[in-house]
Design a protein around this ligand. Structure first.
Ligand code: PEP
Ligand code: MN
Length: 361
């Protein structure tokens, strides 16, 4: 592909808009469905870009695998009628070429592609010298290196405008979510890439429409740059991801009812109040670190006693009683069981490592 096209103003404006809202069906199914969805989404006035899956990577063969390239002119038509820039998932070099031939404005790499460096590289090679913005979904598995690797591969071929989509991570077993959000990973990715925009995809995190709003609000509270949410004119009859899609009107209402917060406000009073509270936090964090240091010193001493008396490091009863005490106290202090478990697991592991060093020295 030659660098023949540059990103047009309208697409650039949409890409730069905050919050950026992308919506459209999981899959393009028919020309009428794509155009009606686009019209109704545009009518809400809340949507900046139209998405649609043309090639669908499905978990099992025999599921609907997308209409393929014949759906691309439908998107072209939808853009012509509504003015909405379009975005499509690409997973191969050929799909990149087809999408660009039919003027798709923004490309996205899906979670099942980000996991595979061969595929990401193939997409990257097809993008060499092409000025098109690319969104990169997190890989299916919770691996930030893989996600970063995909970003690097796409950046290396000269793509300048890259964004991230957080769509949750696969976890074995039934949970509330289709894909566990693991917010801390998205936050860490954001911390590592401060100049790259990151939007949230509540649809693929939730897998069902009733909790979309909660996840969308949480993303906005965590200062995400926008949302990608699936919308279908007749959600229950959608050919893919039926349970998680909402009508364009419901999408519009959801976007309206989100409380949009800003990361900062230009008020001196606010800043000085915040600064004071942050100093208190710093002070308490210092104290906590000192206390943890003292706790580890005592654990080391216990290690010495255990060594001299040939006793094992781990004594399960003792550990259970520590946890029970902590849960009881934590409950009174309003600390969740989940937090207490994670915190004590980390403290306990550090203690064990320290004792292990002593007992084997
Ligand atoms: C999609 O956006 O429809 C899709 C297939 O998403 P993901 O790659 O996040 O599973
Ligand atoms: Mn989908």
């Amino acid at each position: 592909m030659q660098a023949t096209q540059t990103v047009n103003e309208k697409v650039q404006a949409a890409w730069n808009k905050r919050p950026l809202v992308i919506s459209g069906p999981c899959s393009a199914e028919t020309e009428e469905q794509v155009i009606e969805t686009a019209r109704r989404l545009a009518a809400t006035g809340k949507v900046d870009m139209l998405r649609a899956g043309i090639w669908k990577p499905r978990t099992k063969p025999g599921m609907f695998e997308g209409v393929g390239a014949k759906g691309l002119p439908w998107l072209q038509q939808a853009k012509k009628l509504t003015g909405l820039p379009t975005t499509v998932e690409v997973a191969t070099g050929k799909q990149v070429e087809d999408a660009l031939t039919f003027d798709v404005d923004v490309l996205w790499i899906g979670a099942r592609t980000t996991v595979n460096p061969f595929s990401v590289q193939e997409v990257a090679d097809a993008l060499r010298g092409v000025d098109v913005p690319v969104l990169i979904k997190n890989p299916i598995n919770p691996d930030l290196e893989l996600w970063s690797g995909a970003v690097e591969r796409i950046a290396r071929v000269g793509v300048k405008q890259i964004g991230l989509i957080h769509r949750g991570f696969s976890a074995y077993g039934n949970t509330e979510y289709r894909n566990a959000p693991m917010w801390h990973l998205a936050i860490e990715m954001k911390r590592r890439n401060p100049s790259i925009m990151i939007i949230n995809d509540p649809s693929h995190i939730c897998g069902r429409r009733d909790i979309l709003m909660d996840v969308a609000q949480k993303a906005i509270d965590l200062d995400f740059d926008g949302l990608m949410i699936e919308s279908h004119i007749d959600p229950d009859k959608a050919w893919s991801d039926a349970k998680q899609q909402v009508t364009p009107e419901a999408l519009g209402e959801m976007i309206s009812s989100i409380k949009w917060r800003k990361e900062d406000v230009p008020s001196d009073e606010f800043h000085s109040a915040l600064e004071k509270l942050r100093q208190q936090i710093n002070h308490l964090d210092d104290e906590l670190m000192d206390l943890l240091g003292q706790r580890m010193k005592i654990a080391e001493k216990i290690g010495e006693y255990k060594k001299n008396n040939s006793v094992t490091i781990l004594q399960t009863n003792r550990w259970n009683s520590i946890l029970e005490r902590a849960f009881a106290k934590g409950e009174k202090l309003g600390l969740s069981k989940e937090f207490i478990t994670k915190y004590f697991d980390a403290v306990h592991m550090e203690s064990i490592n320290k004792q292990n060093r002593i007992m084997n020295s």
